[in-house]
Write a protein that binds this ligand. Structure first.
Ligand code: NAG
Ligand code: NAG
Ligand code: NAG
Ligand code: NAG
Ligand code: NAG
Ligand code: NAG
Length: 541
């Protein structure tokens, strides 16, 4: 008997959610995804999707497929905390409140005349009047997706989400403009203003609509019904496939289909979202912007295969944030010294990349060069981080590079200048920044060896102190003029740690090292840089 009721419960709640949402209803975000209402067919649901531990998205999603597919979200895609409440108030307002009752978001409807809300089978969530006239509908406030049955009027905008699983506004938008042009733009992220137009229909006129009709055909239509521009027409049947068109976080506008069930019409399809059509033809080549990083982040390069955009870091560079490749790549090495007395020309070499280019950021161009000259010129120029060689042309570029792309159509060679070893130091030597153990070994060996070695170390020690002190007094004076280039590798803290505060058991060394330590700490005065004979005299006293 008890089991019988338990078995009935899920059906009871599903049955209930088919109904209209009446005035005064609400729904609270609890752990997990939770449905407020589903459409009569069960294809779409509205409610909260749990995006992170304490982050819920009031949204509409495809309800009969395992893969989370959100087609609309409230509040600019920003998350609401657990305990937040979506409400259709008794006076007809559609609101989202946080757990303390503060308003997070509201649909911009007036409320008056609203008799109920409903999740419609097309994926449209509506506030309707008694006579089922739609007073507000999610179809009029699209986020990044449009669905069959949806019509966007002039002007309308879709904004891409930030990342696959971050629904806040991203870096691309799709606009049906006032002038009748349908266009894709990069934005001046984090602002939503238009930056670069990377695709458009070249149309103009008024009263145009972007129509995604019930057969899954997407086109631009004039108000007399004629088709101005066909966008996506090679569509499988909406009887057999769920469909959506979305401006994705990577900037590509894609029309997708997903088999509703496995039957003779869908047998050749995977049970997943498959791309039916996409725009623009090649986003890597189509975005070449004067301002901004291009289709991928700064210093990275873009490839486009099989409709899929990928961003890559060149050799010697790595992603600043691998989870957000649009943040670009940083060099793994220190850039070349611009100090004329140690030009470091020998420490750099080129990594060759065929069919690769970073257009528009050249600072020098040589028309009649050969490749060897181009390489030599870039090597000896500390500003040059990259040279592009094509035909007899040599283009030089500084960091950061933008609009990077690799494509077989591009007949040029990129010569990327990278430091030969992976050392982050500006001098060659046994010590590397990330390898303090080596420093410790070197110092320990020196400390435990002969008095002569100790003396040499002291010379170095005094020089370091003098350099360090003079650096603090004359901030911008290059250190190389006072001591060898490599001494800058040892900071005071490194020396102190490596030698346990110079507490070594050498009776001759210890007092001298203490003196250095005191000088470094500033508790006694620093003498002028000692030359070796006077130093030896000092110590033997
Ligand atoms: C929703 O409300 C409208 C108007 O009152 C009514 O015509 C319709 O039948 C209702 N739908 C459901 C599923 O109750
Ligand atoms: C989404 O990305 C934006 C921009 O970087 C960031 O401010 C926001 O916190 C992210 N949201 C989530 C849920 O990670
Ligand atoms: C719009 O015009 C540009 C430049 O003439 C052309 O490259 C592009 O293909 C046109 N767009 C469409 C959708 O025809
Ligand atoms: C959708 O548009 C296409 C192309 O104009 C047309 O052939 C088809 O009949 C339309 N479908 C519906 C349901 O209007
Ligand atoms: C419909 O409107 C479009 C654009 O305004 C125009 O080019 C076209 O000739 C019109 N077609 C008809 C049949 O009036
Ligand atoms: C530098 O580091 C990269 C990756 O860590 C490695 O593949 C490469 O061989 C290293 N190069 C040298 C010269 O050590």
């Amino acid at each position: 008997m008890f089991c019988f009721f338990l078995a009935l419960l899920p059906f009871a709640s599903v049955g209930q959610s088919h109904k209209n949402i009446s005035l005064g209803s609400s729904h609270t975000a609890q752990a997990g995804d939770s449905t407020w209402a589903v459409s009569p067919s069960g294809n779409f649901a509205v409610g909260f999707q749990q995006i992170e531990e304490n982050g819920f998205l009031l949204s509409i999603w495809f309800n009969q497929i395992p893969q989370r597919t959100i087609v609309w979200s409230a509040n600019g895609g920003n998350l609401a905390p657990k305990g937040s409440k979506v409400e259709l108030t008794s006076d007809g307002f559609f609101l989202l409140n946080d757990p303390t009752g503060n308003r997070i978001w509201s649909a911009g409807s007036s409320g008056s005349g609203t008799s109920h809300a409903a999740m419609v089978d097309t994926g449209n969530f509506v506030l309707a009047s008694q006579s089922t006239e739609y007073l507000w509908q999610s179809f009029d406030h699209p986020t990044d997706t449009i669905l069959p049955g949806q019509v966007l009027n002039q002007p309308s905008t879709l904004v891409s989400r930030y990342l696959e699983t971050n629904y806040s506004s991203g870096r691309f938008k799709f606009i049906l403009k006032d002038d009748g042009n349908l266009a894709l733009y990069t934005t001046q992220y984090p602002w939503s203003s238009s930056n670069f137009n990377y695709w458009n229909t070249n149309t103009s006129g008024s009263d145009f609509s972007l129509v995604f009709n019930q057969s899954g055909v997407l086109f631009l239509r004039a108000n007399n019904g004629s088709i101005i521009s066909m966008i996506s027409s090679n569509t499988p049947s909406t009887q057999d496939f769920y469909q959506r068109a979305v401006l994705e976080y990577d900037g590509v506008f894609r029309h997708y289909a997903y088999p509703k069930s496995s039957n003779s019409n869908t047998r050749s399809w995977k049970m997943a979202w498959s791309t039916v059509y996409y725009l623009p033809p090649n986003i890597c080549l189509d975005i070449t912007e004067d301002y901004g990083s291009g289709a991928c982040g700064f210093n990275s390069y873009c490839t486009f295969d099989d409709g899929k955009k990928s961003c890559h870091c060149p050799s010697g560079y790595s992603f600043i944030d691998p989870a957000d490749v649009m943040k670009g790549c940083r060099p793994d090495f220190d850039s070349q010294s611009c100090d004329g007395s140690s030009p470091e020309t020998d420490l750099f070499d080129f990594y060759e990349m065929e069919n690769t280019d970073w257009p528009l950021t050249d600072y020098e161009y040589f028309e009649q060069a050969n490749e060897d000259w181009c390489r030599q010129d870039c090597l000896s120029d500390c500003f040059c981080a990259l040279a592009i060689f094509r035909g007899a042309g040599c283009w030089k570029k500084k960091l950061p590079f933008s609009n990077g792309r690799k494509d077989p159509s591009f007949q040029a060679k990129a010569l990327l200048k990278i430091r030969k070893d992976n050392s982050t130091f500006k001098c060659e030597g046994p010590v590397r920044k990330k390898d303090k153990s080596k420093l410790i070994i070197v110092i320990s060996v020196l400390l435990s060896s002969s008095v002569l070695m100790n003396l040499l170390l002291l010379v170095a020690g005094f020089s370091v102190v003098y350099w360090w002190r003079s650096k603090s007094s004359k901030a911008n004076q290059p250190s190389q003029s006072i001591v060898g280039t490599c001494l800058r590798s040892f900071t005071f803290e490194e020396l102190r740690k490596a030698t346990n505060g110079f507490e070594e058991e050498d009776p001759l060394l210890r007092p001298s090292m203490k003196k250095i330590l005191q000088m470094l700490e500033g508790s006694i005065d620093v003498p002028a840089p000692p030359d070796l004979p006077s130093l030896i005299t000092t110590i033997s006293l």
